[in-house]
Design a protein around this ligand. Structure first.
Ligand SMILES: NC(=O)c1ccc[n+]([C@@H]2O[C@H](COP(=O)([O-])OP(=O)(O)OC[C@H]3O[C@@H](n4cnc5c(N)ncnc54)[C@H](OP(=O)(O)O)[C@@H]3O)[C@@H](O)[C@H]2O)c1
Length: 234
């Protein structure tokens, strides 16, 4: 399968790539700002499965010119995509009044606008797959009615926007073969979790969450199209 994943350099995204590699001979299209980490991941994955292939895009998803450049490169590297996982996320833990306008916008750029623009540009490639899936990685913080935490207002609001976009796209593309879902993740032990909750320990490892997401992506059926699914593994 051809799999495009953002935020592959560390945390859950990195573990998703390793998990897919164990499962089959896939082609990966990977985005993050940290090219060296992506190259290290490629080397590690090739030891797991030498039949996988890797295309790496060093890009700041908060920068529209950067994103556009990567989109053009991806379109040159492939004309079909089976899975798009919008996983990259930005979280700045700061009280509502202390957060600057620029920080507020940065979270919306990375967590909402980048997935929205990337998905829109990938639609023609997804339409060429007969089993296309777009999985948006949301958060329990952006799930309506869930417990909310001080310091995470705009992070949570941006994830909520992504969740509603998922529902809208499922409706707009319901006559196509593309399925859209949003996984609203609970706590996972990564750098982002430590930024949000410095003194806490998450019950789930990135590898456990990645295995869940990979299995979900491969078994996703039409009845889940447009759903926002809370994922609390423990
Ligand atoms: N961990 C949790 O408890 C938890 C809970 C709910 C939802 N989530 C969601 O799960 C997803 C993965 O999070 P994680 O916990 O694995 O976080 P992480 O370890 O902090 O990793 C974040 C990833 O996003 C990428 N990223 C951040 N800003 C970027 C930018 N401006 N441009 C390009 N890439 C950028 C990072 O890549 P570079 O820094 O290399 O660019 C990195 O690969 C996120 O969407 C997050 O909101 C996590």
């Amino acid at each position: 399968m051809n799999i495009l994943l953002t935020g592959a350099s560390r945390g859950i995204g990195r573990a998703i790539v390793s998990s897919f590699c164990r499962d089959g001979d896939h082609s990966f299209f990977l985005i993050s700002r940290d090219e060296k980490s992506l190259l290290r991941l490629k080397e590690k994955c090739l030891t797991i499965n030498p039949h996988c292939s890797f295309f790496i895009y060093s890009s700041d998803l908060g920068n529209s010119a950067d994103l556009e450049f990567s989109i053009d490169k991806i379109k040159k590297d492939t004309d079909v995509l089976d899975i798009l996982i919008n996983n990259a996320g930005s979280l700045i833990n700061r009280s509502y009044t202390d957060l600057s306008d620029a920080e507020m916008r940065e979270m919306f750029e990375v967590n909402y606008f980048a997935p929205a623009i990337l998905t829109r540009n990938m639609i023609p490639l997804l339409k060429k797959s007969n089993k296309a899936r777009v999985i948006n990685i949301g958060s329990m913080g952006g799930y309506q009615g869930s417990l909310k935490f001080p310091g995470l207002s705009h992070y949570s609001a941006s994830k909520s926007a992504l969740a509603v976009l998922t529902e809208c796209l499922a409706e707009e593309f319901k006559s196509s073969d593309i399925l859209f879902t949003c996984l609203a993740l609970g706590a996972v032990q990564t750098e982002m979790f430590t930024e949000a909750f410095p003194n806490a320990k998450a019950p789930v490892s990135p590898e456990e969450m990645a295995d869940y997401i990979v299995n979900f992506a491969q078994t996703l059926q039409k009845d889940m199209n447009g759903k926002i699914i809370p994922v609390l593994l423990k």
